[in-house]
Design a protein around this ligand. Sequence first.
Ligand SMILES: Nc1ncnc2c1ncn2[C@@H]1O[C@H](COP(=O)(O)OP(=O)(O)O)[C@@H](O)[C@H]1O
Ligand SMILES: [Mg+2]
Length: 318
Amino acid sequence: MNDALLTLRDVHVRFPAKRNWHGKAVEHVHALNGLDLTINDGETLGVVGESGCGKSTLSQVLMGMLAPSQGECVRARSPGSWLANGMQMVFQDPLSSLDPRLPVWRTITEPVWLQGHGSETERRALAYELATLVGIRHEYLDRLPHAFSGGQRQRIAIARALSAQPDIILLDEPTSALDISVQAQILNLLVMLQRQRKLTYVLISHNISVIRHMSDRVAVMYLGQIVELGTAHNVLNQPRHPYTRLLLDSVPRIDKPLLQQAGETIKTGELPSNRRLPQGCFFRERCPYASAECGQHQLLTPLNETDGVRCWRAVGGL
Ligand SMILES: Nc1ncnc2c1ncn2[C@@H]1O[C@H](COP(=O)(O)OP(=O)(O)O)[C@@H](O)[C@H]1O
Ligand SMILES: [Mg+2]
């Protein structure tokens, strides 16, 4: 269980935000700012944080779609799949991720087809097998995506991801677009598939109850850094970082800007811009406990074998 599959070391991602007359970037968006993370074989790692904290940028780096401006993303061993990185992704909105013109059986086996694997008969047989696995009836496989409900489309997207035999699946808000009753069915399907196929999941969500239901470990992101990382039990039941506490207190509305729902615990002021990063602790300006020591750069510091936090007070048990 604790074999590392993927390791991110000090990953930074900057996007040009403003260019001068010569086209040279004079201002940057700092989307990821020194991210260290290991993804272990067979686990579900939940990633939470407010909108804009860098979750999607992280998933693009993990997928190899975006090269870090600094730092590295290393695959620990070669994937047991013919995919270059052994990874597939399932997105929030299944309709936008499925080709509207392709019959579903072709969509499901598209990754295989793109790699030039298998005859048409073999790919059809694979589509049947995966449809059974995810609960799509065979007689529907010649239909187009718009003929299906949201939940069925997400089942199709999951089957498509599985066709490539990935060992890691990145789930970016996989149930956020679905009705509550359907959400649970899709989450249970994902749990079943993980057991059956020994999959590793990286689950990105702003929904804490989804994270709690699914995750072995949880990473909490703020302004492109991980501010707290640990077993789901510890992070969700005994959060140590003031930001994690705030995030859990504001459940289930963490997709709204925190300042709009602030109790007396948050100081007023702007959400720090990721164009000019704050000195020291990134959360300092909004932290109810901020003091002079918080002007120092904070590191994600291990507390024990599984947990770590990026806050000197929390490290000291304060
Ligand atoms: N291609 C891009 N160009 C410029 N800025 C970007 C780009 N992609 C993301 N950003 C910025 O990077 C920050 C992190 O974005 P993102 O990773 O999408 O966050 P999240 O998924 O947590 O909402 C945001 O400030 C966003 O505006
Ligand atoms: Mg996003």
